[in-house]
Each structure stands twice: as C-alpha cells, then as structure tokens.
Write a protein that binds this ligand. Structure first.
Ligand code: GUN
Length: 280
C-alpha cells in the first residue's frame, strides 16, 4: 500500500513551530495581527473564515474580523483595505473569496499592500514568484511543497504534472515545482491526451474541481498523487478530484481527502502571517 501523506499531522507540526516563533517575536515586543474580511455570508466562506480565526488564536496571532454585508460597495471595501494598509499594527490582510458578483475581485486584490498580501494573490506577489524573488506565495501550493518535503519526496529532476491552471493553485504550483527543479507540465481542460500526459508524472498534482475524475488510468505505477479537490458526494461524504480507492493501490504516496492538502492551506496562511510580522 502507498505512503499516506498525513496533511493533518504535518499542518499540526507547522502550527506548533509557528506558535514557538510567535512567542519568540512576542518576547521581542513584536505582535502579529491578521485582518480577515468577509463580504456577505456564504456558508462555506464562513466555515473557512472561522477556521482561520481559530488557527490564529491557537498560534497566538491577533485576528481582526470584518464581517461586511452582501451590499457592501466596491468603494467601501477599497476604503477599508486602504485603512488596513495604513494601520501599522496590521501585518496581514485577507479578503475571503469569492466576493459578491458586483465587486471587481481583481481590483480588490490589487488594492492590498503586497507587504500584507498573506494570500499571495497580488500581481506583485505572483510576479515575484515567477522570477524567483522574495514575496508571499499562494497558500495551497506552498502547502503542497511542504507536504512533499516533509514526506521526504524528492522534487528535483522529477516529471511533475499539474492538472489545472487556476491563478490560486495550478499556476503557482507549476512555478513552485519549477523552483524546486522539477520538470513541469501544466495540463488543463483543453489538453489532448490528458491520460497519457498525466501518466508521465512522477508527481501528479490534481486540481480539476471534478469529483473522483482521476482514476488509475491517469496514474503511472509508483507515482506520488496530490489531490487538491474537495467535494461532497451523493451520501454527503467528502471526496477529492482523485478516485482514492482506485488510485491508492498503484501509487507510492497519496494525499487523502479530507486530511491531505486541505489543512495545509491554513498552516501556510499562518506561516505567511508570521513572516509578515517578522519582517516589519
Ligand atoms: N476562498 C477559497 N480559498 C481561499 C483562499 O485561500 N484565500 C481566500 N482569500 N479566499 C479563499
């Protein structure tokens, strides 16, 4: 059977490391503070925001919660972001996505000071990642690199195939794997021969957003399979983009859903917040 990559345990270790770091900063008189903005009350967003606040409390990061009504205007949201950019005690600003349809998400992300862009979504952060300069990195792909490294899975020289090209996961994932000296292919919905392309992978990262789409026909014997998807199936059970029961017997390592990639996103958000506080 494959190695099960335990994201819950690895994220707990990272959070404990960060807790110590926050205590050390605190002893030097440095406080870390994250501002979290949610517009409207999408239930999934409320769960994510609640988990982020809980993680802050555990690690010792102050969190400021801004729960704004659905009708909030672009101007009102921009004004709040400007205030938070100017507030010295705030180190990180997170605007929970998706935003209501009447709000221009790109303009909101651009308004965040890149020094406080703990989500790593600002074009300056993405550009810095692209050319190998320091900056915040999108949390889910950064978490996947940690999962691989902390599971002693070598990336350098490996064939890495990322299925999915979103700005939040697929594209930064490809750049990070490249930074680790992987040989990287990005596949997507228009890729011809997706099965053959995926089957080349020593490390296969799946972020397609379709429940159980990836079966063993897409996976080379002995590959490492990282599943970014999270869905509820017909019986309300969580599942990923990978058909775990079908794929697990043919791979060398695999992330479960839940308990794989999911917990790493918040751990890396906390990592970015601590970094934002530390460089002040
Ligand atoms: N919505 C779903 N995932 C994320 C995330 O990582 N950051 C933000 N800001 N919104 C999200």
């Amino acid at each position: 059977m494959p190695q099960i990559i335990d994201g819950k345990a690895i994220s707990a270790t990272i959070k404990d490391e960060l807790k110590i770091k926050v205590e050390e900063l605190s002893a030097k008189g440095i406080k870390v503070c994250l501002a979290v903005i949610q517009v409207g009350n999408d239930p999934a967003s409320s769960v994510y925001v609640g988990n982020k606040k809980k993680a802050c409390a555990y690690i010792g990061i102050d969190s400021l919660a801004y729960e704004l009504p659905e009708e909030t205007t672009q101007e009102e949201l921009l004004k709040l972001i400007k205030e938070l950019n100017d507030k010295e005690e705030v180190n990180g600003i997170l605007v929970q996505l998706p935003l209501p349809k009447h709000i221009d998400e790109d303009e909101i992300i651009r308004a965040i000071d890149p020094k406080k862009d703990v989500d790593g979504f600002h074009p300056q952060s993405v550009g810095a990642l692209c050319i190998g300069q320091p900056g915040f990195v999108s949390c889910t792909p950064a978490g996947i690199i940690q999962l691989l490294k902390r599971s002693d899975i070598e990336i350098a020289g490996k064939e890495c195939v990322v299925i999915g090209r979103s700005n939040i996961v697929g594209k930064p994932m490809a750049l990070l794997l490249l930074r680790e000296n992987g040989t990287v292919t990005v596949a997507h919905s228009k890729t011809k021969n997706l099965k053959e392309t995926a089957k080349r992978a020593d490390i296969l990262v799946v972020a397609v957003g379709k429940p159980k789409m990836i079966t063993r026909e897409y996976v080379k014997e002995g590959a490492v399979v990282i599943d970014v998807g999270i869905h509820r199936n017909e019986s309300n059970k969580l599942c990923g983009d990978v058909d775990y029961d079908d794929v697990a017997p043919v791979c060398s390592a695999i992330t479960p859903v839940p308990g794989g990639v999911g917990p790493m996103t918040i751990a890396m958000l906390m990592h970015n917040c601590v970094e934002a506080g530390d460089i002040r």
